[in-house]
Design a protein around this ligand. Structure first.
Ligand SMILES: [Zn+2]
Length: 122
């Protein structure tokens, strides 16, 4: 994730949640991301760059894409799953490991191994 995308998401969620926590944010920054003052915006982006730079365990997924896996189905909801693979790569036909994600119920599966992450309890 790019630092600016993270900053935008953080700002939007922060402003939305603030009233629920009895906090009133500054008037000039309590606006849509596009209207946040430049210096404030730059500070948030720089902060997010530090956070992203200091989190080497995170995998940058820019070069990956979720592709439809037509003949693979989620064991929970039986909908088609998506495969996470390097961008532009064909769905492998051999036994190399790769992951499926069910966008319908949120399950992540490793091909041929089964469930990696159960759906959150409802
Ligand atoms: Zn599912």
């Amino acid at each position: 994730m790019k630092a600016e995308d993270l900053a935008r998401l953080f700002h939007t969620a922060y402003e939305k949640l603030a009233p629920d926590y009895g906090y009133k944010t500054r008037e000039e920054s309590a606006v849509d991301w596009d209207n946040v003052p430049d210096d404030n915006k730059k500070l948030m982006i720089a902060t997010c760059e530090v956070i992203l730079g200091g989190a080497p365990h995170l995998i940058d997924l820019r070069d990956y894409a979720l592709q439809e896996a037509e003949k693979s189905y989620c064991p929970h909801c039986e909908k088609n799953v998506h495969m996470l693979a390097p961008r532009g790569m064909e769905i492998p036909s051999d036994t190399s490991p790769f992951f499926f994600l069910c966008s319908h119920c949120g399950v992540i599966l490793e091909s041929g191994v089964g469930e990696v992450a159960p759906p959150e309890e409802r």
